[in-house]
Design a protein around this ligand. Structure first.
Ligand code: GLY
Ligand code: MN
Ligand code: MN
Length: 442
């Protein structure tokens, strides 16, 4: 049994039972499916990689950990792949008692009976919701005569997500590896990028590197935005030619053993920033570094967001994107024209990871960072191409710089620092060998 599951068992207590379902395969088109991706809460607790399984957790029973799984089936396995089956789930995943998932409908009501509380999240799995509702309403009549169904239904998500927010040393190792592979892929893209290439080719260089180096693929759809495309925050078309003189914004991260990295770099397609590009870039870079420094124990989510707003507003003033008193500009949210997103988010198994951002949701009391949390730091400036109020030289420039930062006891650790972000370092990397090749031709 995974330590995560042990902890969950302790948290829900002996008078509770929990039902945690795996994900199902999803149709892509006609008779093909998307590549299967496990549900993160289920995966976190069980480590079981297959679709359609259902875990039943009963802390008060001798058998605390039951799982219903797809049964072994030679014909299905010939067509669609191997299955762990009942034996594999017990032998390889620490399940105390496994059954075929076909037996769930018949068996589950007995497993729920006699518990005070049922931990189950409605709204994720319609078929399972229906079964559980049918059981609960069916039991109403029998209540206290022949059965004792749980009378309190609780969403287990807050417990699981609070656990997921605080990464264990093992999780941190996986995230560091995801960060390293992601960073190396960005370095390769910088080296290979040339005017005339297509965004799609850069995407394939990055994603090829991910998979060639141990990642299963992307953690989210890669954003490869050349020129004005960089001003579209979630640009994923990735099919335009890259022009000499333009910037390229790459927001791409890999998934390594279930854990995400999320990295953005913005660099010149031809290897040399223009003056105007440098001006915008350096504002974002300075803010990003200051916000990384603020990603430490005790700083709240709001304090860090406010810091990014203040520094970006000042930076925008300095280069002539905004005019006026900083205080008034902030009050009027003038910065939102060019900076319209948060400075970062939790990252883990999900790129936008689980966990509350408020210490007290009702009072809107922001939460302080604590050791073991991993957060992105990703300020940006995006000047719309048609923004008449911006100096012409800045129009159509989009810059974002993003790293993944682990909060530690005594500061923080940047998990994606391997990829350069200083202008000189990026230009040096992109132009390395180029002069030599030129002089060799002479
Ligand atoms: N790649 C998504 C994000 O940066 O939040
Ligand atoms: Mn990103
Ligand atoms: Mn991000």
């Amino acid at each position: 049994m995974r330590p995560q599951l042990k902890k969950f068992i302790e948290e829900i207590g002996k008078d509770a039972v929990a039902i945690i379902p795996a994900a199902h395969e999803k149709q892509r088109s006609y008779d093909t499916e998307y590549k299967f991706r496990q549900d993160n809460d289920f995966w976190y607790l069980t480590d079981f990689p297959e679709p359609d399984a259902i875990a039943v957790i009963s802390p008060g029973k001798r058998t605390k950990y039951t799982m219903f799984v797809r049964p072994r089936d030679p014909e299905m396995e010939t067509w669609f792949g191997r299955r762990e089956g009942v034996e594999g789930a017990q032998k390889n995943y620490g399940v105390q008692k496994a059954y075929s998932v076909e037996k769930f409908e018949k068996m589950f009501s007995k497993m729920l009976d006699g518990h005070e509380k049922l931990y189950y999240r409605f709204g994720l799995d319609t078929a399972l919701d229906k079964l559980i509702l049918k059981y609960l309403s069916g039991q109403r009549h029998a209540r206290l005569k022949t059965a004792y169904p749980p009378h309190t239904i609780i969403d287990p998500t807050p417990i699981i997500h609070e656990m997921r927010l605080h990464k264990t040393p093992e999780e941190i190792e996986l995230m560091a590896e995801a960060g390293k592979i992601g960073a190396e892929a960005h370095i390769l893209a910088m080296k290979k990028c040339k005017p005339g290439m297509n965004e799609l080719q850069i995407e394939s260089i990055i994603e090829h590197y991910f998979r060639m180096n141990g990642a299963s693929g992307v953690a989210y759809n890669s954003i490869i935005g050349g020129g004005e495309n960089a001003t579209i925050l979630h640009y994923v078309e990735n099919n335009a030619p890259l022009k000499d003189g333009d910037l390229l914004l790459i927001d791409a991260g890999c998934e390594y053993k279930g854990y995400a990295s999320d990295i953005t770099r913005t660099f010149p397609v031809n290897g040399k920033y223009t003056r105007a590009q440098k001006q915008v870039y350096n504002v974002v870079l300075d803010v990003q570094k200051a916000c990384i420094d603020a990603t430490v124990t005790g700083t709240t989510v709001k304090q860090r967001q406010d810091l990014s707003i203040e520094l970006l507003t000042e930076g925008m003033k300095k280069i002539g994107l905004l005019k006026g008193a900083t205080k008034t500009l902030i009050k009027k949210k003038a910065y939102m024209k060019y900076y319209m997103h948060g400075v970062g988010h939790y990252i883990g198994m999900d790129v936008h990871d689980a966990g509350r951002y408020f210490e007290d949701q009702k009072a809107k009391k922001s939460r302080p960072f604590a050791p073991g949390m991993v957060l992105t730091v990703e300020p940006g400036i995006y000047v719309p191409p048609n923004d008449k109020s911006a100096p012409a030289k800045f129009r159509g420039i989009g810059v974002r710089i993003e790293d993944d930062v682990l909060v530690t006891e005594d500061g923080n650790r940047n998990l994606t620092s391997k990829v350069p972000k200083e202008i000189d370092a990026i230009e040096a990397l992109m132009n390395k060998g180029k002069r030599k090749a030129k002089s060799a031709k002479r």
